[in-house]
Write a protein that binds this ligand. Structure first.
Ligand code: FES
Length: 109
């Protein structure tokens, strides 16, 4: 059985510029919301390698790059594409309702 919906509003869709991550805090959790390739993704905003904000990195090919050491994380899975990061970063389900971008921190979509 799935848990009750836990989607909360992260930001407005019109606030998001293509390939420009937006950092939001949801229940004290930093989340980077990214609009790219016609979709919106939500990924935990802290690199799995060190305490660095991923939203300050660049977005390309559905990946967000950590600006400090250059690991890129897949926005769909959170998996790093290369060293030095070896652990994935949590990604969160996203729903769009009108102009609202909704994110669920419980990872069950
Ligand atoms: S802090 Fe992100 S790759 Fe090192």
């Amino acid at each position: 059985m799935t848990a009750p919906s836990t989607f909360v509003r992260a930001c407005g869709l019109s606030e998001l510029d293509e390939d420009t991550p937006k950092r939001v805090e949801l229940d004290g959790t930093p989340v980077s919301v990214v609009r790219t390739e016609g979709e919106v993704f939500a990924i935990h905003d802290i690199c799995s390698h060190a305490n660095v904000s991923l939203s300050e990195g660049e977005v390309e090919d559905c990946q967000i790059e950590c600006w400090l050491h250059g690991s890129s994380f897949d926005l769909r899975t959170g998996k790093p594409s290369g060293l030095p990061a070896t652990r994935p970063v949590p990604v969160y389900p996203v729903k769009i309702e009108g102009d609202d971008v909704l994110v669920s921190l419980s990872q069950e979509s």
